[in-house]
Write a protein that binds this ligand. Structure first.
Ligand code: IPM
Ligand code: MG
Length: 357
C-alpha cells in the first residue's frame, strides 16, 4: 500500500493539501489503489510547535514514505527569525538537499478553458506546453554565503558553483524528459558572463552527443525570459540552473493563467516531493479562496513519477481540464461568465470528475 506523507505547512497549504488528497483518493478508487496518508509538520507550523522548522520526526517520516505531498511554507510571522530558523532556509532547502532532490520538474500547460485568463494574447499563448527542469540542489542556493567587513563597509557574498557531475545528472534527466515529449531541449545559461554558465554549456553540448534524437539549443537567460512572453509555444523542455529556474518558472506559471496552476515535482532521490510552485499566500489564507489546482496537478505528477500510475495521472489532469472548461473558477482565475467556487468546492468537483471518468 503506497504511503504518502502530507506536509500541509503554512498559510493556504492547510487548505490546498486536503483537496489534492481528495483527487488522489478518487484516482485510487478508480484504478484500484489504496493510499495510506500520514501527516507531519514543516515550516512555520513546525517552528511554532517545537522551535524547529524541519523537525527530526518529519525528516524520519519523509524518508519512510513512498512520496511526499507538500502545501506551502513561510509567511510574515516567521520572517523576523534568524535565517536558519526561517521556513525557506531552515526547512525547504535542507529538505531538498537531504532527500537528494536535485531535479525540479515544472510543467506549464495552457488548459483551453483558461486562454482568456492568461496575460498573453490568445494567439501568442496558444499551444503553450512546456516543462522546466530546474537544477535544485546547487548554484547560488547552496554555494558558500558570507557577510563580512571589507575596507570599513559590510559586504555580502553568495557563490554560484556547479560541478561537472551536477550538470551531467540534471542534463541527462532533461534529455530523457525531452525524448518522451517533442524531442527539443533548450538549455538556458548566462555563458557570455558567468564561468559556471560556460561550464554548463560545455557539459550540455557534450551530453547532447549521447542523445542525437533530441534537438538541443542554447539560449541566454535574459533572452529566454523574453522569449517566454514573446513566443512561448517554441519551448518543449527547458533545462537550467537553480536560480534561473526559480525565476523562469514563476514567469512560465502566469502564462497559464495563474501561478495557482503550476505543479511541481522534485525528484532524483529515493523519495520524491510534490508541491505547488506558489507560496503560502498569507493574505488569503483561511478564506477558502486559494486555487488548489497546482497541488492537485502535483498529485498527478506523483502518480506518474512515483507510482508509475499514468492512467491515474491522466485522469486527474483530464478532470482539471474538464472542470475548467465547464467554467468553474477560483478567484485567481475568475473571468466574467465564470462560476466562482471555493477551494473545497474546486477539490470536490475535480474528485467527482475523476470518478466519473
Ligand atoms: C520555489 C520557491 C522557493 C525557491 C523558495 C520558497 C525558497 O520560490 O520553490 O520556487 O526559491 O526555490
Ligand atoms: Mg520560486
Amino acid at each position: 500500500m503506497p504511503e504518502i506523507l502530507l506536509l500541509p505547512g503554512d498559510g493556504i497549504g492547510q487548505e490546498i493539501v486536503p483537496e489534492a488528497v481528495k483527487a488522489l483518493e478518487a484516482a485510487g478508487k478508480r484504478f484500484n489503489t489504496v493510499f495510506r496518508f500520514k501527516n507531519a509538520l514543516i515550516g512555520g507550523a513546525a517552528y511554532d510547535d517545537c522551535g524547529n522548522p524541519l523537525p527530526e520526526e518529519t525528516l524520519r517520516l519523509c524518508n519512510e514514505s513512498d512520496a511526499i505531498l507538500m502545501g506551502a511554507i513561510g509567511g510574515p510571522k516567521w520572517e523576523h527569525l534568524p535565517v536558519h530558523l526561517r521556513p525557506e532556509m531552515g526547512a525547504l532547502l535542507p529538505l531538498r538537499k537531504k532527500l537528494g532532490l536535485y531535479a525540479n520538474i515544472r510543467p506549464a500547460v495552457l488548459f483551453p478553458g483558461l486562454i482568456d485568463a492568461s496575460p498573453l494574447k490568445p494567439e501568442v499563448v496558444t499551444g503553450l506546453d512546456l516543462m522546466v527542469v530546474r537544477e535544485l540542489t546547487g548554484g547560488l542556493y547552496f554555494g558558500t554565503k558570507k557577510r563580512e567587513f571589507v575596507d570599513g563597509e559590510e559586504q555580502a557574498l553568495d557563490t554560484l558553483v556547479y560541478k561537472t557531475g551536477e550538470i551531467v545528472r540534471i542534463g541527462r534527466l532533461a534529455f530523457q524528459m525531452a525524448q518522451k515529449r517533442r524531442k527539443k531541449l533548450t538549455s538556458v545559461d548566462k555563458a557570455n558572463v558567468l564561468a559556471s554558465g560556460r561550464l554548463w554549456r560545455e557539459v550540455m553540448i557534450k551530453l547532447g552527443q549521447e542523445y542525437p534524437d533530441v534537438e538541443l539549443e542554447h539560449i541566454y537567460v535574459d533572452n529566454c525570459s523574453m522569449q517566454l512572453v514573446r513566443r512561448p509555444a517554441q519551448f518543449d523542455v527547458i533545462v537550467t540552473e537553480n536560480t534561473f529556474g526559480d525565476i523562469l518558472t514563476d514567469e512560465a506559471s502566469v502564462l497559464t493563467g495563474s501561478i495557482g496552476m503550476l505543479a511541481s515535482a522534485s525528484i532524483g532521490g529515493k523519495v520524491a516531493l510534490y508541491e505547488p510552485s506558489h507560496g503560502s499566500a498569507p493574505d488569503i489564507a483561511g478564506q477558502q479562496k486559494a486555487n488548489p489546482l497546482a497541488t492537485i496537478l502535483s498529485a498527478a505528477l506523483m502518480l506518474r513519477f512515483s507510482f508509475n500510475m499514468e492512467d491515474g495521472a491522466r485522469a486527474i489532469e483530464d478532470a482539471v481540464r474538464q472542470v475548467l472548461s465547464d467554467g468553474y473558477r477560483t478567484p485567481d482565475l475568475m473571468q466574467s461568465g465564470g462560476n466562482q467556487v471555493t477551494t473545497a468546492k474546486m477539490g470536490d468537483l475535480v474528485a467527482e470528475y475523476i470518478l466519473r471518468g
